[in-house]
Design a protein around this ligand. Structure first.
Ligand code: SF4
Length: 241
C-alpha cells in the first residue's frame, strides 16, 4: 500500500470519529479543480507499516481512519491494508470517485469499509469536462449504486468552476447542481441519501487547471440557490465548507 501523506488526527474528516487520514497517490480522473493530485504526485511515500506504526502511538484515543487520495481503489494493496485496519478494530471511511465498482463490491462484501464518501463530479451533460474521464459514466453509475449499500455513506459534489470550452470558465449553475442530484436519485432509485454541496476553495499551491486558481470561493448565495433546487430531488442535502 502506497501512502503519500498522513494527516494529524481530527474530528472533521470522519463524522463522529477521531480519525487519522491516509492520502494515497494516483488517480484515473483529471478533474480541473483537483488540488490533491499535484501535491500527492510529489510527496514522499510512506508504507502501510509506517502508517500503522504512526497510528499505534495514538491508538488509545483514535478510533477511525480515513483513506482518501488520489483514488484509493486503484491501489493493489488497499484490501490487505484495510483488513489490517479492521483487525485493529478501527472504523474505516473511504473517499472515492466511485470509478472502480468491482473494488467497491469487494470492499462491501468483505465488510472492510464502514463509511463511503463518493464524489459525484457533476451532471452527465458536463461529465467529461468535470471528471476528465470521458466514457467512464457507466462505471461511475455502478459505483454509485454500490456506494449506497454501505452501512453509512454520502454523495457529494464540489460547486467548482467548470471549464466549459476554450477560455469559458464559470461556476456550476444551480440547475446543473440539481441535474446532478436528479441523476443520483435516478441511478440509485432512491432519494434518502446524504448529499453535500461542497464549497470550492481555491488553493494557491496548485490546482490541476491553474486557471481555476484565480476564482473566488463559491459565493454563499449560489450555494443557497443550489441547495434550494437540489432539495427537490435529494431532500437530505446540506452545504459543506
Ligand atoms: S479531485 Fe478528481 S483528479 Fe483529484 S483525486 Fe479526486 S477524482 Fe482524482
Amino acid at each position: 500500500m502506497k501512502i503519500r501523506a498522513a494527516l494529524g488526527f481530527n474530528l472533521i474528516d470522519y463524522p463522529g470519529k477521531i480519525a487519522a487520514v491516509a492520502f494515497v497517490p494516483g488517480c484515473d480522473y483529471l478533474c480541473p479543480a483537483c488540488h490533491a493530485k499535484p501535491i500527492l504526485d510529489e510527496a514522499a511515500l510512506i508504507s502501510g507499516d509506517e502508517f500503522l506504526e504512526y497510528l499505534a502511538g495514538a491508538r488509545r484515543w483514535v478510533n477511525g481512519v480515513v483513506v482518501c487520495g488520489g483514488e484509493p481503489t486503484l491501489q493493489p494493496g488497499l484490501i490487505p491494508f484495510l483488513t489490517r485496519l479492521k483487525a485493529a478494530d478501527l472504523a474505516v471511511k473511504l473517499d472515492t470517485n466511485g470509478g472502480s465498482p468491482e473494488v467497491l463490491s469487494r470492499l462491501l462484501a468483505e465488510k472492510l469499509v464502514d463509511y463511503t464518501a463518493m464524489d459525484v463530479k457533476g451532471p452527465r451533460s458536463l461529465w467529461a469536462k468535470v471528471s476528465g474521464r470521458p466514457g467512464a459514466e457507466a462505471a461511475m453509475f455502478d459505483g454509485m449504486r454500490i456506494a449506497a449499500r454501505f452501512p453509512d455513506y454520502e454523495f457529494r459534489t464540489t460547486a467548482a468552476p467548470v471549464v466549459r470550452g476554450g477560455e469559458e470558465i464559470s461556476f456550476f449553475t444551480a440547475s446543473e447542481m440539481a441535474e446532478t442530484a436528479k441523476m443520483i436519485a435516478e441511478v440509485t432509485g432512491g432519494v434518502q441519501h446524504k448529499y453535500y454541496i461542497q464549497k470550492f476553495v481555491p488553493r494557491k499551491d496548485g490546482l490541476l487547471d491553474p486557471r481555476l486558481e484565480s476564482f473566488p470561493e463559491t459565493p454563499p448565495r449560489l450555494l443557497e440557490e443550489m441547495k434550494k433546487e437540489v432539495t427537490g430531488y435529494l431532500p437530505k442535502c446540506e452545504i459543506r465548507g
